[in-house]
Design a protein around this ligand. Structure first.
Ligand SMILES: [Cu+2]
Length: 349
């Protein structure tokens, strides 16, 4: 709110000065030099401003990289994550390289060849060789990037289902998530939103033998180093399952099942004890300690992985999240054995 007020005040001040300068100009006697055509002095000034602007732009860029680097995510917590990060880094490096050079050339030439009395522009219609060069280089670089990206994509997206693969349904609705484990038979039971009734929140087919041992929970537990295949279903609108620390995201579309998978490589405990996280959490806690609006248990923050919604799906979209616990196989087995199956749930109610 304060920031908005400051912006309004600055804008109003700017308008005031602009109007004042117009009044002063009107009150001055007519200047014979005051023509609409740029003279030598104008060109000189505009050229220098052009050059100063590129220096400002590069300064801003360097400052942003340096200052915003604190928002970088740590090393990926999934197997394919490093590949994803590498693709991102290579794309960024190429874009930066090209933009630094072309921006400089654009501004430098504008300065160097600024208007000067007596200087005439050269009429240069075209040059096939030059055009060929500046077409073919981007074609080669972009094709390389796209092909490299496609290979990465297909490798990440084609999750082969093995005996070891854990199949989990992620179910989205306004405004929460549920996870469904396939249970002992390793197969998810049939489900349809039309079957939603009472405790049967996810619309499981009660007559399907596969659905009997399914386990529905509101906290996602994943064993470390085991491939997980997620199947996404939405009850209402478009959502997006976003796992930033695992470098994964998938649209959750009503009326269809989307899927992807990853293999978690870092447990919640391990990431909490990483240098990156210790430092981050320390800083967050320092801010919270001095914030009077934060009280009680919230004063001490502890990192957890979360599944977030990344599609604006309604009023409480911002709060649509599910905790993810990555743990060892033993811890996972212990946890899952304590959960209620769908059969137990329906028998109880
Ligand atoms: Cu959502």
């Amino acid at each position: 709110m304060t920031a908005l007020l400051i912006i309004i005040v600055v804008a109003l001040l700017g308008i005031t000065f602009w109007q004042l300068s117009k009044i002063f100009k009107l009150s001055k006697p007519i200047d014979s030099n005051d023509t609409q055509i740029a003279d030598n002095k104008d060109n000189q000034n505009q050229g220098k401003i052009f050059l100063a602007f590129i220096v400002f732009l590069y300064g801003l860029m360097i400052y942003s990289f340096w200052n915003l680097s604190k928002f970088y995510l740590p090393e990926a917590s999934s197997e394919h994550g490093s590949e994803y990060d590498q693709l991102f880094f290579i794309s960024l490096a190429i874009i930066m390289f090209v933009q630094v050079i072309t921006q400089f050339l654009l501004h430098w030439f504008s300065y160097k060849y600024r208007g000067k009395e007596g200087r005439k522009a050269l009429f240069y219609a075209d040059n096939d060789k030059l055009e060929f060069i500046w077409t073919i280089i981007p074609v080669i670089v972009l094709s390389g990037l796209i092909i490299y990206g496609l290979f990465g994509w297909s490798e990440i997206m084609n999750v082969e289902e093995t005996d070891d693969t854990l199949v989990i349904e992620i179910y989205a609705y306004q405004f929460d998530w549920r996870a469904r484990y396939s249970g002992e038979d390793g197969t998810l039971g049939e489900a349809n939103v039309r079957l939603i009734e009472g405790v049967n929140q996810l619309g499981l087919n009660e007559n399907d033998p596969y659905s009997q041992d399914d386990i529905i929970v509101n906290e996602l537990h994943l064993p470390k180093d085991r491939p997980v295949l997620f199947k996404f279903r939405s009850q209402d609108v478009l959502h997006s399952a976003y796992f930033p620390f695992f470098r994964s995201q998938m649209n959750v579309v009503p009326g269809m099942v989307t899927q992807f998978g990853f293999t978690p490589t870092t447990t919640s405990k391990e990431i909490r004890n990483s240098e990156y996280m210790i430092d981050k959490v320390k800083r967050i806690n320092e801010i919270r300690k001095n914030d009077d609006n934060v009280s009680g248990d919230d004063k001490t923050y502890e990192f957890e992985y979360y599944l977030l919604c990344n599609k604006i799906c309604g009023t409480s979209h911002y709060n649509m999240q599910m905790k993810i616990v990555v743990e060892t196989e033993e811890e996972y087995q212990k946890w899952i054995s304590e959960q209620q199956t769908f059969k137990e749930l329906t028998a109880q109610n």
